[in-house]
Design a protein around this ligand. Sequence first.
Ligand SMILES: [Fe+2]
Ligand SMILES: [Fe+2]
Ligand SMILES: [Fe+2]
Ligand SMILES: [Fe+2]
Length: 375
Amino acid sequence: MSEQFRSMEEHTSLPYDVGTVDPYTRARVLLMVAIERSSVLAKHHMARSTDHDSVKKHLAVIRRAESLQLQSLGSLIPADETPLETAIGLEQMTVDLTANLAQNEADDYFKQVLDFALLEDLDHLFRFSLLYEMAEGGDAELMTRGRTPIMAGRPTAVQHRHPVDELRAHFDLGEVPLRTLMNLFTITSVEQEKMLFYQNAVRAYPEQLIRRLFGEIADVEEQHLSQYEALGDPHITPMEQLVLIELNEAYNYFSAAQAEADPAVRRLYGELMGQELEHFQLAVALLERVEGRDASELLGEAVVPSLIELRPNMDYIEAVLATQADLQPFDGEFIPEERLPADWPSFAFRERMNGRGSSADEVERRMPRERMPPS
Ligand SMILES: [Fe+2]
Ligand SMILES: [Fe+2]
Ligand SMILES: [Fe+2]
Ligand SMILES: [Fe+2]
């Protein structure tokens, strides 16, 4: 492990060029930042509820390595990328990531949950893009370069739901393929990352409208995080979780490295993937030693048959939009809004949240007509 700790200089990357960076290079950096932050935070949480000496020591060492990996990735993002530009990058990444996960998800219910959130993050990309033009005179199309549609999804104003309406039925660890577990760990990390980023970004601008939109969308990301968390098997043991987190990190680096054209970034992914394989092997050994379990019970052959790929998904997104825009969750299932009972908890909650107007609606009202997508 000692070679994973180097001088701070070596843990600090040179930033990409905000004007020329490939949209998916940026998206993969944001994805890996999310994966790493989630790994660091999970290890902090685990350390608080174990009294096992070797687990505590293991977590202390690996957590520090994860934190340094996070810094190597975070320093790829240049100082002249504004919070609104990062928000657009995050939502572009989430839209194409969610579409990729949904198309490679064997569990029908999980796929439905992904499709449901896809249309909400699509709308966030649209609202942030309007605000970007209004506030910074920027054109989000120059960032996404036509790869991801910038269009209205399920309107953000109707995304505010009562917290209990974010509860979902969970799957069982033994009954889903490994790709499902990788999908869950990946999307949960990403929704958490956006929640944290937007919660912090409420202080990044002086204009009240921008502060409100970051807050409004941060709240939806909190909902998305909650719904994905609810999907996971609550009977998972701490060491099973540790093994799967490390495997998911390695899997995401491998996926990202395959697609990455920037040589320096690709090299970094290769290097960090090597570190993750070491974390994974150590975690497997702990699972066996601490919980007396054989990793093959959890992982089978430990083969994930497909990679996570960020690429355009126009047709898929349009098909989901055409058939599912009016869905809302009720009792863990998704039904058209018109069929919801009048006492659906989210009706009153939504009214309360939008009581003084939705900033997401307001950015749309304030933008010139010619920038609006065809309705
Ligand atoms: Fe890591
Ligand atoms: Fe979003
Ligand atoms: Fe989201
Ligand atoms: Fe790791």
